[in-house]
Design a protein around this ligand. Structure first.
Ligand code: FES
Length: 108
């Protein structure tokens, strides 16, 4: 089931880019070019984007407008990328962020 909003009551109809592939924690996934990385992940059922540094608590989409940092992930090796406002591109390597690393806490 696709959870994307196809027609919004205020913003109208959504236009989709071409379908592209990317990886999430090494798994092949597909999304639409130009949509937020977070939208592609949410459509695939991914809810956890990162774990907090001190208490290792899970975080995911919260504000969805680039203000809160709850959706940050490691994208193409760069930590702290706000996935709710970063457009998806072909071949992106998207990884869950643990503190400020893509390495799980038990391997840091
Ligand atoms: S969900 Fe708040 S910055 Fe992305």
């Amino acid at each position: 089931m696709d959870t994307r909003i196809a027609v919004h009551p205020i913003l109208g109809e959504t236009t989709k880019g071409r379908e592209i592939s990317f990886t999430f924690d090494g798994k092949e996934m597909t999304g639409y070019e130009g949509e937020p990385i977070a939208a592609a992940l949410k459509a695939a059922g991914v809810m956890i984007h990162r774990y907090t540094k001190k208490e290792h608590k899970p975080r995911g989409i919260f504000c969805a407008i680039g203000r809160c940092t709850d959706c940050v992930m490691v994208v193409d090796g760069v930590p702290n990328v706000r996935t709710c406002i970063t457009p998806l591109k072909e071949g992106m390597d998207v990884r869950t962020q643990y503190g400020v690393s893509a390495e799980p806490f038990d391997k840091q």
